[in-house]
Design a protein. Sequence first.
Length: 308
Amino acid sequence: MSELILHHYWQSPFAHKIRLVLGLTDFSWRSVEIPRIPPKPLLIPLTAGYRRTPVLQCGADVFCDTQNIVVAIGELSDDHRLIPESERGKILTFTDWIDGTVFNLAARVILTSAMGTAPPEFIQDRAGLYFGSNWTPDGLKGELPGVILQLSAHLKSIDQGLSGSGGFMTEVLSYADISIAYIAWFIRGRWEHGPIFLKQFPNIERIEQEIHEQTTECYDNLTAEAALAIAHDSLSRSPNGVQSQIECSMHEGMRVSIKPQADTSDPSVIGQLRYLDDIRVSIDHNAPEVGDVVVHLPIAGYQIQPCD
Ligand SMILES: N[C@@H](CCC(=O)N[C@@H](CS)C(=O)NCC(=O)O)C(=O)O
């Protein structure tokens, strides 16, 4: 197996989730730091246009979106603690809800509270990703108390789903617990009222602490240029083929564009369809900096369209 290269920046909560996953599964990895806002000239050649953080590279295979990255790490590891087979559906459904509903509320609270202190170009960029096209600073500020109430209600139900020991779905801590931990880490570190707010949820605080105690960060730094050269010198290990699905008019080799289903400013990812199954879509992509690579995305949450 090629070494795992994480393209990320340290403040990113989604990247923190993957750092915790790598730590819990005892993978060592290489760290490439990327800019917090575009342009990302040393990332985009690798990802066919995907701009979010993090991205996991394994040779010439490029995994985008953390749900997909975690499934890929699970496939590479013999360690089934992360997603035990018997709880797989429940864990992936729960973590998808955390990344959507719960993360979005937390991001609203943090970004709205940071207005006036964070650089305006950062707020502008993130609002375009998370709040759709019709947001205004006054609208977000007016909604803040109600958004905090919603976030609190969701965290309350997670807290009630936990007890004084073990994880949310399993006795041994799993990916579900890592998802709880990264949200708590985000709220605690980036919102001035976060530490006091989290005191209402003692079971969540316990999970946050236990997950951080059980994971060790084992990485070394790599330049982005070296990561692109590794992609260039590697061959993808991705399978080929499109599993036939009802009403699926997609075929291998066709040009497709892939975009988040939500109203966001994300650019489309474009390439030749190489592989499609129930949960993952993979495209062939070529750029001078990286040669031939395969970019993998999840299907849930993304709209795949044939394009000319
Ligand atoms: N659904 C994506 C969301 C990732 C995401 O929104 N990441 C944030 C950073 S925490 C991001 O990309 N922000 C914009 C950027 O880094 O350019 C995932 O699970 O990976």
